[in-house]
Write a protein that binds this ligand. Structure first.
Ligand code: IPE
Ligand code: IPE
Ligand code: MG
Length: 252
């Protein structure tokens, strides 16, 4: 583990890592257990990865915990997930605070049951002065929902005369996203061997490096995070330019 940690270049860490935490259900089913068993174990991975990211000095960690499409799952699973969310926040908020971690949420909070929303609001309030890792939970979130919301709110401002159509640029759009306070992720990790985005941060991932692993989320630990970061650091991010243009001038 420490060998992997030593391989990480601390000077070129991604500022923002986003993770699609996938594979809980299959992890459990493969063990002959109920899907909820997988979600319970997924919480241990969340704890480990949050700790790992904070130790490394990562500034932003976004975790996709529940998509707008996940509301369509069987009721018992949705209810189980909501209860797990509430009990986890209740249990973890103190340790988030102790570790100077600030919690944020992105997504359609109006969809959440009242008791879950209340618990979340309290946790946001309790951790709001913390200046270490920003932990962003994507809950009842989808990229299309977010973009639609942004378009509607921009349209309202235009209608009210607060914004002119000609002044709308990429910065304007960025301002209306729920991630407006955060930089775009440089690294996006998806676990469980699925190779898709599943409606996650569609706008923000434009130039993210994508890292896929077959490890199911409940088995994902700090070492797996280190592997992803090492892989990321071996890549050349060109942003549309050529390799030659990206070469740094030789310093004298
Ligand atoms: C990810 O695991 C957690 C949520 C989407 C809530 P899944 O529940 O999607 O697990 P699989 O993909 O069915 O194995
Ligand atoms: C994406 O996983 C959402 C979360 C991890 C919260 P899903 O399991 O819902 O995605 P699909 O259905 O495999 O694309
Ligand atoms: Mg899944």
């Amino acid at each position: 583990m420490s060998q992997l940690l030593e391989k990480i270049d601390k000077n070129s860490l991604p500022r923002h890592i986003a993770i699609i935490m996938d594979g809980n259900g299959r992890w459990a089913t493969e063990k002959g257990e109920d899907r909820l068993f997988g979600h319970f174990h997924g919480v241990e991975s969340v704890r480990d990865i949050v700790e790992g990211a904070a130790e490394l000095g990562i500034e932003y960690l976004t975790l996709y915990a529940f998509s707008t499409e996940n509301w369509e799952r069987p009721e018992y699973e949705v209810v189980g997930l909501m209860e797990l969310l509430v009990s986890t926040i209740r249990k973890e908020v103190e340790s988030l605070n102790k570790n100077n971690i600030r919690l944020h949420v992105i997504g359609d909070m109006n969809m959440l049951p009242g008791y879950a929303k209340k618990e979340l609001d309290e946790a946001l309030e309790i951790t709001k002065a913390n200046s270490g890792l920003n932990l962003i939970m994507a809950l009842s979130y989808s990229g299309r929902w977010e973009l639609l919301n942004a378009v509607k709110n921009i349209a309202y401002e235009v209608k009210q005369g607060k914004l002119s159509v000609d002044s709308i640029d990429q910065d304007t759009l960025q301002r209306f996203l729920c991630t407006s306070a955060f930089p775009d992720p440089e690294l996006m990790i998806r676990t469980s061997g699925e190779y898709r985005i599943s409606n996650f941060l569609l706008y923000q991932l434009a130039y993210a490096e994508l890292y896929f692993t077959t490890v199911r989320w409940p088995d994902f630990r700090k070492e797996n995070l280190y592997e992803a970061i090492i892989d990321y650091q071996g890549r050349e991010r060109r942003f549309g330019k050529t390799s030659e243009q990206m070469e740094k001038p030789v310093s004298q």
